[in-house]
Write a protein of this length. Structure first.
Length: 131
């Protein structure tokens, strides 16, 4: 038993004998569509027109959300709220919101040496040997 495949033009719905799968590329992407010879010619003409315009145009890159490099920790074991509260209690000028000045962090670390993110952990007297 034989089967007959009838291709239908994807653009106008006709079932002409010249309808065939047509492959084409647009901006580096490959597509396929069923078209008659007449609609294939229309497609090729349109692609040629687009190619002419694209050839004269400049590409606009989409604005991306660049990842900021992670900044090193300013303090260890405390929050910015802790720093602001300490600053207010000690008459150190600090903004209510936003960025805290490096000088404020430095003063906070002076008062709280355990907040220094660069400090080496203290091994304590138990870790020292009696040699």
């Amino acid at each position: 038993m034989a089967e007959k495949v009838i291709l239908v033009d994807d653009m106008d719905g006709t079932e002409e004998s010249d309808v065939a799968k047509r492959d084409f590329d647009v901006l580096g992407r490959k597509f396929t569509i069923d078209l008659s010879d007449a609609n294939d010619k229309r497609l090729r003409d349109a692609l040629d027109t687009v190619e002419a315009f694209v050839g004269k145009a400049r590409e606009v890159k989409a604005a991306g959300r660049g990842r900021k490099a992670a900044s090193p920790a300013k303090i260890k074991g405390y929050t910015n709220s802790d720093v602001r509260e300490w600053a207010r209690q000690n008459d150190v000028e600090v903004s209510a919101k936003g960025v805290i000045a490096d000088e404020v962090y430095a003063s906070f670390i002076e008062a709280h040496p355990d907040a220094d993110p660069d400090a080496k952990p203290d091994d304590g007297p138990e870790a020292k040997s009696d040699e």
